[in-house]
Write a protein that binds this ligand. Structure first.
Ligand code: G6P
Ligand code: MG
Length: 217
């Protein structure tokens, strides 16, 4: 069967999860809300709007919509300021090798991200030509763990969900892949991503034989 390889963006392809964290931490600090790295796991894969709500819930803060709108703008401006000088050096270790291998083997590749900043990031890092389809925060109405983003990606690649392989660094994203009946590959800590079918610390741990098996399965 024809396979589809779907990649999350932040924390999988590029090292931007840390910038999201820094930008949210500033907002949390201003509001005197404790926001730790552990709390941050809850935000991975989650939309900007929902992320702010989670932070406010953590601090038991109720806020007016106009304040929320202001913080959302502030967060994104701050986040984008970290990306101004972004180039291919921000591509996470091992990612390029796998993308190249998939391309050489004529495998369909898609992006499945909650981010509304996905396209400029792929452009800046030079990875745009590797993607046959891009599904991002501008295309979906249901956030991960809803599988919508990955289902759209599989469809655009003319592949059945069961033949799609999803690379994810977030719990919500692994769950989305599982709920969508896809093969989930967790990238990160096994203790956090234990629901994934396969788990690797990063892409340098994935060898091309593993990818070959996924292609031929
Ligand atoms: C990804 C990240 C989240 C981020 C979301 C929205 O899923 O893991 O941390 O909040 O995208 O990103 P955006 O760039 O639109 O704020
Ligand atoms: Mg991610």
């Amino acid at each position: 069967n024809k396979k589809a390889f779907i990649f999350d963006l932040d924390g999988v392809i590029v090292d931007t999860a840390k910038y999201h964290y820094l930008a949210w931490q500033k907002i949390a600090n201003e509001l005197n809300i404790e926001f730790t790295l552990e709390h941050n796991e809850l935000l991975k894969g989650v939309s900007r709007v929902r992320s702010l709500d989670i932070i406010l819930e953590l601090g038991k803060v109720e806020a007016a919509q106009e304040d929320k709108d202001r913080w959302l703008v502030q967060k994104n401006e701050d986040y984008l300021s970290y990306l101004v000088d972004m180039d291919e050096s921000e591509i996470l270790p091992g990612v390029f090798t796998i993308l190249k291998f998939l391309k050489e083997n004529k495998q369909p590749i898609a992006l499945g991200s909650a981010s509304k900043n996905a396209r400029p990031i792929l452009e800046k890092t030079g990875l745009l030509p590797y993607f046959d389809a891009i599904v991002d925060g501008n295309d979906v109405s249901n956030a991960k763990p809803d599988p919508e983003v990955f289902l759209i990606a599989a469809k655009l690649l003319n592949t059945k969900p069961e033949d799609a392989i999803v690379f994810e660094d977030s719990v919500a994203g692994v769950q989305a892949a599982n709920i969508g009946n896809m093969t989930s590959v967790g990238i990160g800590e096994a203790a956090i991503l234990h629901e994934a079918k396969y788990i690797f610390e990063d892409f340098t741990e994935i060898d091309t034989n593993f990818i070959k098996e996924l292609i031929n399965n």
